[in-house]
Design a protein around this ligand. Sequence first.
Ligand code: 4NP
Length: 155
Amino acid sequence: MLNVLFVCLGNICRSPLAEAVFNHKVKQADLDGKITADSAGTGDYHIGCDPDERSINVALKYEIPISHKGRQFHYMDGKNFDYILAMDEANYRNIIHELGDKHQGLYLMRDFDPEGKGDVPDPYWSDGDGFEQVYRILDRSIDNFLKFIKKEHNL
Ligand code: 4NP
């Protein structure tokens, strides 16, 4: 089983949406017996919380099931996950700090974006459109990431 973890700051906006989009694509590709996913936040503000309702709404718009309870990133995640995808540079640095060294499966989400590198912008303080933009970035980046791991692991 391949284990993939999506990480942002609060674990209520970007990473639970990424987890949901990824799970949906994994299921469509008939790979749900081979790949699992989870998400976590580097911050501790929203432990136990459901995803932000704006992330839920954008997932519903695209008919993607979404369900997660916020949790904080933990150094054991470095042992338990094959891939860790950070939504932005700050998350990326915090993950390295928590793990103490570079995890070999650690990437920025947008390393897989065919339309450009950089951060998945934090939509927390934005209006609804910020969430639509995040969804579009995740949708195309995750397509590409899935292609990458299928090739890498002969799935
Ligand atoms: P996320 O968004 O990292 O995409 O879940 C945020 C959620 C909450 C906060 C910041 C970002 N916050 O400061 O509470």
